[in-house]
Every structure is written in structure tokens, then in C-alpha cells.
Design a protein around this ligand. Structure first.
Ligand code: AMP
Ligand code: FE
Ligand code: FE
Ligand code: ZN
Length: 298
């Protein structure tokens, strides 16, 4: 591949290691089919997707960043705003602190899923952990898998309906999830030699751009290095606002589709809802920043 200005990248991809439906090997093949110049596999609270891709071997025509999307809590000054997702790029997959922290999140998910199932059972929805585990195998089981099984068993028409009626925050089968403190999430990613980036800021329950800016300032003071500016659900107007914040605070800009395969069928890898595009230059800037930050410690 010729890394010209036309090449696209996708730095937000879920694999079967979390709630995506394509395996790391299928994702590598898709990246080639779609002529993507660089990708990152960013599974929820696990680096197994990235690890598997590295084990398979990355084709020479593709740049690959290891990644993770950590479920974190917002700082105390942002009450009731729900979950904050922190992306980590180019992480050392053997970093002990990162692995320990992800282990805690994985354990918490394991405790949460049976509680969601219990609640669903109490509403007459007949499904069991055994059924779920046999559907999902080694993946990190989450609400999308539960939603998919509810569709399969005919309790709802769609994954969206499962979230809207039962699984979404504030709905009857919702069970809150343990999250890592956001400052800790940043620290853990930095400790693993990675680049911490705030994911899809406009998906937070924070109403306005002033509060998002405040959050970015707070997180930058603790080591945040970038903002996921380009995201299929960000409007052009919101993208412009995030570009402005990234420029003013000298933060990296990243972008990706949040590809989940058939669990988010409207989103295609690399191109989102069709016309989404993230330019290769953003990958280059990210890499430059990785080299300079590593050099500081050489
Ligand atoms: P969990 O990790 O179990 O808390 O589930 C969160 C995941 O569920 C997100 O990463 C999305 O993939 C998916 N999700 C969250 N809300 C919705 C929704 N309203 N409709 C469909 N999928 C959703
Ligand atoms: Fe997800
Ligand atoms: Fe996310
Ligand atoms: Zn994601």
C-alpha cells in the first residue's frame, strides 16, 4: 500500500474478544479488503483482541496499534454522567499494572452478568448464564450479547429494543458496572507506554461543549494525550468544536468507527455509515508522539 493522503484508518474496532462479532484475524482481512492503512483493535476492558492479532501476524501493508477501551468513571466534579471510555493506544500488552487493572474489570463483569440475567428472569425472560456462555465462548460477555440472545429467543425484535426496554441505563434489568477511576485509567495506560485518549466525548451524558472542555482540561492535567474527534455519531458541528479544543490544548486527534460487526450493523469498519473517513496523517501524528514520549525516558 502506498501511504498517500487518500488512505484511511480506523482506530476504534471491537473484536470477538469483547462485543464485536469479527475475530482479530477477520478484522485484519477486512482491513486489507477495505484498503485501510492503519487500524487499532480496542476491545472493552481486554487486550486479548490485540494480542491475538499480533500472534497471527500483521500484514506488511498494514500499520497496527495495540489498543484497549477502558470503562472508567468520570471525575467527582461531573456527577451523574455515567461511563467514560478511555482508549489506550500502543500499549505494552505485557504491562503488569495494565493486566492487573483489566483483570479487575473482567472479574466485575463476570459478577454483573448473572445479576442482569436474574433480573431478566424475574420479568419472565427465560435465559441462563449457561446459554450465554455457550453463545459467546471466550469473549468478554456484555450486555450486547445478552441483547442478541433475547432477539434470538424472540423476546425482542432488535438489540436496540432490548436496550430500550430492559438493558439500558435506568431500565429495569440494568445493573451498574464497576469502573476504574478515570485518573487511574490514564495512569495505567501511561504505565504501559501507551497513549490515553478520551473516547467519543459526545456520547457522554454531558450536555454541552463547555463541560466537555472542562473534562478535557481535568484529564489533560493527569496525562490525557488525545481526543477521539472523528466518530460516526459526532455531527460536523461537534467535530469542529472538538478539533478546536484539541488544537487549543495541544492534544492529538484520533478517530474510528467503533465497529462491532453485526452487533452494530449500521456501522462498517473504516467507513462507518458510508461516508466516514479518518485520514492517515492522524496515525502519523500519534506515532510521532509515541516516539517523542518514549525518547524522553531513553
Ligand atoms: P456493557 O459493556 O455490558 O456495559 O455494554 C456496553 C455496550 O453495549 C456498548 O459498548 C455498546 O456496544 C452497547 N450498547 C450500549 N447502549 C446500547 C444501545 N442503546 N443500543 C445498542 N447497543 C448499545
Ligand atoms: Fe461495545
Ligand atoms: Fe465506547
Ligand atoms: Zn467502543
Amino acid at each position: 500500500m502506498d501511504y498517500n493522503n487518500n488512505a484511511g484508518i480506523d482506530l476504534h474496532i471491537h473484536s470477538t474478544a469483547s462485543d464485536g462479532t469479527f475475530s482479530p484475524s477477520e478484522i485484519l482481512a477486512l482491513a486489507r479488503d477495505f484498503n485501510l492503512a492503519a487500524i487499532a483493535i480496542t476491545d472493552h476492558d481486554t487486550i486479548n483482541g490485540s494480542k491475538e492479532a499480533l500472534g497471527i501476524g500483521i500484514p506488511p501493508s498494514l500499520k497496527f496499534l495495540t489498543g484497549v477501551e477502558i470503562s472508567a468513571s468520570l471525575p467527582p466534579s461531573f456527577p451523574n454522567s455515567g461511563s467514560l471510555h478511555i482508549l489506550g493506544y500502543s500499549i505494552n500488552i505485557d504491562a503488569p499494572l495494565l493486566n492487573k487493572t483489566l483483570g479487575m474489570l473482567q472479574e466485575a463483569r463476570k459478577n454483573r452478568n448473572p445479576r442482569i440475567v436474574d433480573r431478566l428472569n424475574s420479568f419472565g425472560i427465560d435465559l441462563s448464564m449457561n446459554e450465554l456462555l455457550s453463545e459467546v465462548g471466550d469473549a468478554q460477555l456484555g450486555r450486547p450479547h445478552i441483547a442478541r440472545l433475547m432477539v434470538k429467543k424472540g423476546y425482542v425484535e432488535s438489540i436496540k429494543e432490548a436496550f430500550d426496554k430492559y438493558l439500558g441505563k435506568g431500565k429495569p434489568a440494568y445493573v451498574d458496572k464497576y469502573r476504574v477511576d478515570c485518573f487511574r485509567a490514564i495512569e495505567v495506560i501511561l504505565d504501559a507506554g501507551g497513549i490515553p485518549v478520551i473516547a467519543h466525548p459526545f456520547l457522554l451524558n454531558i450536555g454541552n461543549i463547555e463541560d466537555i472542555e472542562e473534562l478535557v482540561i481535568t484529564l489533560k492535567a493527569r496525562g490525557l494525550k488525545g481526543i477521539e474527534v472523528y466518530y460516526p455519531e459526532h455531527s460536523q458541528d461537534n467535530i469542529a468544536k472538538l478539533e478546536d479544543i484539541a488544537n487549543r490544548y495541544e492534544l492529538l486527534m484520533t478517530g474510528g468507527t467503533d465497529f462491532h460487526g453485526s452487533l452494530k450493523p449500521e456501522i462498517k469498519m473504516g467507513s462507518g455509515k458510508g461516508n466516514f473517513f479518518v485520514p492517515y496523517i492522524l496515525y502519523e501524528r500519534l506515532m510521532e508522539s509515541i516516539y517523542t514520549s518514549k525518547n524522553r525516558y531513553l
